[in-house]
Design a protein around this ligand. Structure first.
Ligand SMILES: [Zn+2]
Length: 216
């Protein structure tokens, strides 16, 4: 059997299972979504957000890219973030990286990967910001793990530094920003950072808002 067909068959079986448990399952899903969480994670196939967090359909708004980066010129991510914060009034944003991340690992090398060079460049920048700490770690695997963690922390800061989040913090005192790392060996999530709405961000990134200001 062509491998993709098993996905369609699995879908049929999944629909039947849901309908057996609840006859109006899909009608119930349809009208609107009220997720409490925004997940910003890696595109890695082993880090499936709903599965590893036990969340159901409708509970989590999701954005994924290589190495869970938050880049201020990425209109895809910014659009997701704006909708999640301003329309869905998300309460928690989770930036989740994972040990063994291929994107982070490649960024530690000198490999020329074409277009990917431009994406992974942002992780090289994270390395440069923390070069003193990272270069002091002799073991390469330990250094790799630490860069995964530092990358998550930096991406949390990038989320907080958007005008979208700063405005929501000022007006709604939400969302909280969480930095997590998933361990492929154990399946466990590790909390490594949390930013509350009263968090001080570096002053140079702070925006002033008046009542007429609606720009991002
Ligand atoms: Zn990854």
């Amino acid at each position: 059997m062509e491998t993709y067909k098993k996905l369609l068959l699995a879908n049929r079986a999944w629909v039947e299972e849901k309908l057996t448990i609840k006859k109006d399952f899909f009608e119930h899903q349809y009208p609107s979504q009220h997720p409490e969480f925004l997940w910003i994670g890696c595109a890695d196939s082993r880090v499936a957000p709903n599965e590893i967090t036990g969340t159901e359909l409708g509970e989590m708004f999701v954005h994924r890219n290589i190495a869970n980066l938050v880049i201020h010129t990425d209109f895809n991510l910014l659009s997701v973030l704006q909708y999640a914060v301003e329309a869905l009034h998300i309460k928690h944003i989770i930036v989740c990286g994972h040990y063994g991340c291929g994107g982070v690992h490649n960024a530690m090398t000198h490999k020329n990967l074409g277009l990917l060079n431009k994406w992974l460049r942002y992780i090289k920048d994270v390395y440069r910001y923390h070069a003193a700490e990272l270069d002091a770690i002799g073991d390469e695997n330990a250094r790799f793990d630490r860069l995964v963690e530092l990358n998550v922390i930096e991406q949390c800061r990038n989320v907080a530094e958007t005008s979208i989040v700063q405005k929501a913090w000022k007006r709604e005192h939400f969302p909280y920003i969480h930095g997590w790392v998933y361990d492929l060996h154990t399946g466990l999530l590790k909390e490594i950072a949390m930013m509350r709405p009263d968090e001080d961000i570096n002053d140079i990134y702070r925006f002033d808002f008046d009542n007429s200001e609606e720009e991002h």
